[in-house]
Design a protein around this ligand. Structure first.
Ligand code: FES
Ligand code: MG
Length: 601
């Protein structure tokens, strides 16, 4: 449909739903608004023919501070080629970009900001469909949150996993091996030359962390949700195949404009789509962070709010085996998963647990897509995808614990525990009041701690330490580490990196900074019980004593509604964050951004 002089015919009403005409700002009459819009875009050299095509927005999150996104320029080229091959017009635009290591205080703190940026730019600009290029942990989450809220057809493509590196003949990769090697260095088993050499090899190429961390987990989740092609999750960042996936995504985006209503994310994504995603999350031994992220994503969907909770994750876990042998739960890297058949191989193995009628961005159902795909043959001994009948772990790689210590729930990646006995353990609490207290005392030779102690870190929750940092993997006290202790039961209201492992209870809700919490009144010397089989997390202290300590704490806080009100930095984004962030069990989104709106609790 060509644009022409008739665009300026004042007698003819303008169709303002698609292409360049959608969402016209008001400069007097709509014809004049379109006239002005064309004046400006023509400064970029576009012809009337180009401007008459479906417009595919491409969200560009390239940043020189984000090595995980270093290949985005090539991906954009390939996406644009695909859009043009199918008769569309591709227009890229930036949003903020978030890298794990360059986002102080934490990337999680900025996730909601990126989701707002993404949502508003998709809404503001005349795109018929939008391709979201992300990769590093929080970026894909923020893009999906914003995309669901904006509710134009969206298609994801991720930058893809990096290749593994090598040290002394052993493969290594960010960032499970960052932590393993650092722990060895702390314990004195490798020296300063070795640790420097390791540093050169942990992230040897562009792309996202090459283990089953948050970025890889989210990439797999995007496939399970139907938002990205099967090979999109595992194809290496630096491979030419990734560019062909990008080209295909460009073509798919133009095709999606033909089925606009059906493919709007609030129509495409159903409860079943998310149940599929959770099944995959469990089968890959995915990142604990994704539990929080999924709650935030579901919370943006007006038809699904409240229908999926952290308990859904536990329920699905009970019937889903761990099948993919990747670090940190297992031994391998994303490239191995890819060479074993990747998400296609896994979804075929899980087929009987999946809702095959769930829709995908191609307009085909998941079942149709699976039926049309061809799985390369991989000998069993070379595959890191276990057959359903021979799982790595029979069920429940991620569990949700409750009890007086976590009435709102807590999350543990049980499959990443290093010593099985810790999954049913009672021990003496050693409590740290916050991150700096922990940093000061953890390596103190006089710290009263044994391998059976329970390390408790308070005040690293969404409000207590804005952004809920990934400090939940409390380091093993040096004096125990040097005796060969690799794991202990550790508890906090914070998060840990998806690439980390150990017997670690996270996201305890309500968080310690909340006056109603029990976590906030745990004292060194108390006894704590964690029983994964019973899904129990308990402070073995009487109810009376708990209430007494809570009252005492409230008195100490007298005159302030909440601990954070006294802070002097309530302005700007930080102020917004402190006033609006929800607890981890609800996704740590801002109340006013959820589908429930500002009245959300
Ligand atoms: Fe970007 Fe790990 S730091 S994915
Ligand atoms: Mg991470």
């Amino acid at each position: 449909k060509q644009m022409s002089n008739s665009d300026y015919d004042l007698e003819k009403p303008l169709e303002t739903k698609v292409g360049l005409r959608q969402g016209l700002p008001s400069y007097g009459d709509p014809h004049f608004s379109l006239f002005l819009r064309k004046v400006f875009i023509k400064a970029l050299g576009y012809s009337e023919d180009a401007l008459s095509r479906p417009i595919i927005g491409i969200v560009n999150t390239y940043s020189s501070f984000n090595p995980c996104h270093a290949n985005i320029p090539q991906i954009i080229d390939a996406v644009k080629r695909g859009v043009q091959l199918n008769g569309g017009l591709a227009i890229d635009f930036p949003t903020i970009s978030i890298h794990e290591a360059f986002s102080s205080p934490t990337s999680m703190y900025l996730r909601n900001l990126m989701s707002m940026d993404t949502e508003e730019m998709i809404k503001a600009q005349p795109c018929d469909a939008v391709i979201l290029i992300g990769g590093c942990d929080k970026t894909t989450v923020a893009q999906l949150m914003g995309g669901i809220s904006a509710n134009k057809p969206i298609l994801h493509i991720v930058t893809g996993p990096m290749m593994p590196g090598s040290h002394r003949g052993v493969r290594i990769g960010a960032c499970t091996d960052c932590r393993n090697n650092w722990a060895k260095y702390r314990a004195g088993t490798i020296d300063i030359e070795d640790i420097s050499a390791v540093n050169e090899e942990l992230a040897p190429t562009a792309g996202t962390c090459g283990v089953m961390g948050t970025a890889s987990t989210m990439a797999c989740v995007l496939v399970a949700l139907g938002m990205m092609p099967f090979a999109g999750a595992t194809t290496p960042a630096v491979s030419s195949s990734r560019l062909r996936i990008a080209e295909q995504t460009g073509k798919n985006a133009v095709a999606a404009c033909e089925q606009r209503e059906k493919l709007r994310p609030q129509n495409l994504l159903t409860r079943e789509s998310f149940l599929n995603a959770i099944t995959v999350l469990q089968a890959i031994g995915g990142s604990t962070n994704v539990v929080v992220h999924l709650m935030a994503i579901v919370g943006r969907h007006p038809k699904l709010t409240g229908t999926i909770t952290i308990d859904t994750i536990d329920e699905i876990g009970r019937k889903t085996p761990l099948l993919v042998d990747l670090k940190p739960s297992g031994n391998n890297y994303m490239t191995d998963f890819h060479n074993s058949g990747g998400m296609l191989g896994l979804l075929l193995e899980l087929k009987h647990l999946l809702y095959l009628d769930a829709m995908t961005v191609t307009g085909q159902t998941l079942g149709q897509e699976l039926a049309n795909a061809t799985l390369p043959i991989v000998p069993r001994e070379l595959s890191v995808i276990h057959p359903f009948s021979e799982p790595l772990c029979p069920a429940s790689s991620l569990v949700v614990l409750r009890g007086n210590l976590a009435p709102g729930g807590a999350v543990m990646k049980a499959s990443a525990s290093k010593y099985n006995y810790l999954l049913q353990h009672t021990g003496r609490a050693v409590v740290f009041a916050n991150s700096s207290d922990m940093a000061e005392r953890i390596d103190d030779p006089d710290l009263e701690v044994t391998k059976d102690s329970v390390l408790v870190l308070q005040n690293i929750g969404p409000v207590g330490n804005p952004g809920m940092p990934e400090s939940g993997m409390i380091p093993i006290p040096r004096k125990l580490g040097s005796q060969g202790v690799l794991d202990m039961l550790r508890l906090s209201d914070g998060r840990m990196s998806g690439t980390a492992g150990g017997t670690i209870v996270l996201h305890i809700s309500p968080e310690a900074a909340d006056p109603s919490s029990v976590l906030g009144i745990v004292q060194t010397g108390d006894t704590i019980t964690c029983d994964v089989e019973k899904r129990l997390l308990q402070l073995d202290v009487s109810d009376g004593e708990i209430s007494r300590r809570q009252e005492e704490r409230t008195k100490a806080l007298r005159g302030t509604d909440a601990p954070w009100v006294t802070r002097d930095d309530m302005r700007g984004y930080r102020g917004l964050y402190m006033r609006e962030v929800k607890q981890a069990q609800f996704g740590a989104d801002f109340k006013f951004l959820t589908a429930e709106g500002p009245s959300a609790k």
